[in-house]
Design a protein around this ligand. Structure first.
Ligand SMILES: Cc1ncc(COP(=O)(O)O)c(C=O)c1O
Length: 400
């Protein structure tokens, strides 16, 4: 449509939201569908956080606030960065937005010029390349192959850096693979980055608290303090505190960048919801007791899903370090025909037939930059997961 902006031609709508909508539609039409597409915890926001929000409403904390966050929330974020990441950020080095998504978007809008390159390790969160494209930049994808746990190494990083590289976008633990970079792996990437002072690092630490077994979360500005001056450390309350609907994300970084991000936000959305900000103060300052409990629950589900998927014909499911996703390969199913008579040639065929024939909604790996795979979000009840995996086993068992 000629009326629409050219920039819209450069981006595509979110594949994960599309699958969630499709599953919802089928459900509404009476089909028995298990949705494993959504990337949000299935449990409720903790009571102490809800109470803080209700109190904020009663206290009349319902007006515009400072664009990039109330001082109390910035103080809580600074304390969190110190306590959990050993990073020191002053209030003017912290910004709060409507979800981590807006914070990432602000940072790209505030820094990208036409032709600027952003290195994005694949598989990646669907929004990264689209946001870069919206900002007029060029996404440069480098693949972290399954053989390397879906992570990139220093050689691949170095080979992708050009004089036009503006950012490296890191996400650990990752959506969609659950892969987490160890301190040593970040150290190796940092050694490359030290040689290229024009490259900045945007690290999306949204799944920091969802790590399993003996994996220890680390973030790059802490691993290499010499990178602190060109790192934007992004985080949020959505995943750790089951607060996806509240829309609060934040970042710590260099003063000038943070100020520019605030300028973008001031002319677009202004402050994130005042009530949600007060809820986030309680999330960060209040009890953290349920975080390890949630991680333990997710670990049990991961173990269940990985084990059941590896028993499905043609599926290979690596064991991820964190987040609430698995990213199995469906390469072994391609070239075969389903019970319903569909020939599977791609991962899109696989997920489409799985939804149509067994009512299980997952997202194709190609949406995240690596095929033939699919992503399962296991942030849903254990019973639903068991049933979904049983259906996947049946679906794969019926392939001819
Ligand atoms: C890797 C990653 N980053 C950022 C976000 C955005 O989270 P929010 O905007 O809810 O803070 C998500 C949500 O799915 C995510 O998976």
């Amino acid at each position: 449509m000629a009326f629409l902006a050219d920039s819209l031609a450069r981006i595509k709508p979110s594949a994960t939201i599309a699958v969630t909508n499709k599953a919802r539609e089928l459900k509404a039409a009476g089909r028995d569908v298990i949705g494993l597409g959504a990337g949000e915890p299935d449990f409720d926001t903790p009571e102490n956080i809800k109470e803080a929000a209700i109190q904020a409403i009663r206290d009349g904390k319902t007006k515009y606030t400072a664009v990039d966050g109330i001082p109390e929330l910035k103080a809580a974020i600074a304390a969190k960065f110190k306590r959990e990441n050993n990073l020191t950020y002053a209030p003017n080095q912290i910004t709060v937005g409507t979800g981590g998504k807006q914070v990432l978007y602000n940072a790209l809008m505030a820094t990208l010029n036409p032709g600027d390159e952003v290195i994005i390790p694949a598989p990646y969160w669907v929004s990264y390349p689209e946001m870069v494209a919206l900002g007029g930049g060029t996404p440069v994808e480098i693949v972290g192959p399954q053989s390397q746990g879906f992570k990139i190494g220093p050689e691949a990083l170095e080979a992708a850096i050009t004089p036009k590289t503006k950012w490296l976008l890191l996400n650990s633990p990752s959506n969609p693979t659950g892969a987490g970079y160890t301190r040593a792996e970040l150290r190796a990437l940092a050694d490359v980055l030290l040689k290229y002072p024009h490259v900045w690092i945007m690290t999306d630490d949204m799944y920091e608290h969802l790590v399993f077994d003996d994996f220890e979360f680390a973030t790059i500005a802490e691993v290499e303090p010499k990178l602190y001056d060109r790192t934007l450390t992004v985080n949020g309350v959505s995943k750790a505190y089951a607060m996806t609907g509240w829309r609060i994300g934040y970042a710590g970084g260099p003063v000038e960048l943070i100020k520019a991000m605030g300028t973008i936000q001031s002319q677009s959305t202004s402050n994130p919801s005042s009530i949600s900000q007060w809820a986030a103060v309680e999330a960060l300052n209040g009890t953290q007791d349920y975080i390890p409990k949630n991680a333990e629950l997710f670990k049990k589900r991961r173990d269940l899903v990985v084990s059941m998927l590896n028993q499905a014909n043609g599926i290979v499911c690596p064991n991820p370090e964190g987040a609430f996703y698995v990213f199995p390969s469906c390469a072994g199913t391609l070239g075969k025909t389903t019970a319903g008579g569909k020939l599977l040639e791609t991962d899109v065929d696989f997920v489409t037939a799985l939804l149509e024939e067994e009512g299980v909604a997952v997202v194709q790996g190609s949406a995240f930059g690596l095929a033939p795979y699919f992503r399962i979000s296991y942030a849903t009840s254990t019973e639903a997961l068991e049933e979904a995996c049983t259906r996947i086993q049946r679906f794969c068992g019926n392939l001819r």
